[in-house]
Design a protein around this ligand. Sequence first.
Ligand code: DO4
Ligand code: MG
Length: 280
Amino acid sequence: MKAYKTLQGFVIEYQNQYFLSRHQDWDLFINREDLFFELQREIQLLSPVPEYKSLIDNSLQAPIQSQEVWASGVTYLRSRDARMEESKKAGGDNFYDRVYDANRPELFFKSTPHRVVGSGQKVRIRRDSSWNVPEPELTLFINSKGQIAGYTIGNDMSSRDIEGENPLYLPQAKSYDKSTAIGPCITILDEPILSETLIKLEILRFDIPYFTDSVSINRMKRKHTELVEYLFRETSFPHGCFLMTGTGIVPPEDFTLEVGDEIRITIEGIGTLVNTVETK
Ligand code: DO4
Ligand code: MG
């Protein structure tokens, strides 16, 4: 079951059929307990209309209203190694080694909703940075009770030069306008997402594939429930929240994003998040 936010309303996709929800408020729509069963009950009262698919094609929005976006870091070996390398010169490399093995995960605040873009919209790279990458991440939607209710695709855009200069610069490397993309939908399941699920990243330059890689989420060091437990320990989320689960794909050191690059992140069972890098 998938839920899309569009300018004309909320579209529910179930078994290749499209329904338009009667709900008007995205926060109330997604933050219901037992969301999968609530949506199943809801579509029994609605008629499927194939044309509702065109709302998704023509007026898709990021699947967010009042939720904060948080992120986890160094949850894959690849991410640990890349950060150790980029911060070596600045002497900050052992932070990443330590957090990879520690009980407490790295969790950081990523974005308020107004800095978030959806699929088909543009992401940005900072004007004061010269080394930028996308981070393709399975992203959890967690309801206000702390239950994982759905999954979406996230792009945790990152400025590697700023982050590598000093770990204390992390908020500047990670949180700026249009540094967060999520979408295209929230996939709502009645059981946890399959552990073999693949995340694929493709970067196109002048419409030609320039970089491609993929990783399975079973390479993650930590459990989703473990990340959620730490996030909700002393922090409440009245409308639920999104949590990016970390990247397992980091392009080689000599790669940096350029204006016009198209970033495509595909996760089985969810779809493809597509964003182009806009002018600095
Ligand atoms: O420690 C810095 C950020 C890590 C991160 O964003 C990731 O591993 O995905
Ligand atoms: Mg990340």
